[in-house]
Design a protein around this ligand. Structure first.
Ligand SMILES: Nc1nc2c(ncn2[C@@H]2O[C@H](COP(=O)(O)OP(=O)(O)OP(=O)(O)O)[C@@H](O)[C@H]2O)c(=O)[nH]1
Ligand SMILES: [Mg+2]
Length: 107
């Protein structure tokens, strides 16, 4: 926050289970409109300006380079489809993410 255009973009990782809505959110923010998506193979990356702040957002299809990408980014957006009846997969992914973020090497 509080960045100007001359400062480097803050790297943000967007993760969530398949079909959670990650790519829709990325392009809703980037283009300010809804787009038709197809399942992401690998990742999508976009630079986004929000209130003068520059963000480099990676929308990652799980589980590609999950741990490496968590370590390389400064922030995480965790996407959950709240209409999902079974949240086990999201819970497992979230737990894995927290274990990686909270590992001793990150402290
Ligand atoms: N009803 C509803 N559908 C949504 C919403 N956001 C996304 N979708 C739909 O959910 C499906 C999956 O959306 P994506 O954005 O492709 O999801 P994703 O997490 O990028 O999926 P993967 O790339 O396969 O991991 C698409 O058919 C979207 O149109 C939403 O807010 N409401
Ligand atoms: Mg996608």
């Amino acid at each position: 926050m509080g960045q100007t255009c001359s400062t480097p973009a803050l790297k943000i990782l967007m993760i969530g289970t398949e079909m959670a809505g990650k790519t829709s959110i990325l392009y809703r923010i980037k283009l300010d409109k809804e787009i038709q998506t197809i399942p992401t193979v690998g990742f999508n990356q976009e630079e986004i300006m929000i209130r003068g702040g520059k963000y480099f957002v990676t929308d990652l299809s799980v589980p590609n380079y999950f741990q490496q990408m968590l370590e390389e980014n400064k922030g995480v957006i965790f996407v959950i489809d709240s209409s999902q009846e079974d949240m086990h997969e999201s819970l497992e992914l979230f737990t894995n993410m927290m274990h990686i973020l909270w590992s001793p090497s990150q402290l």
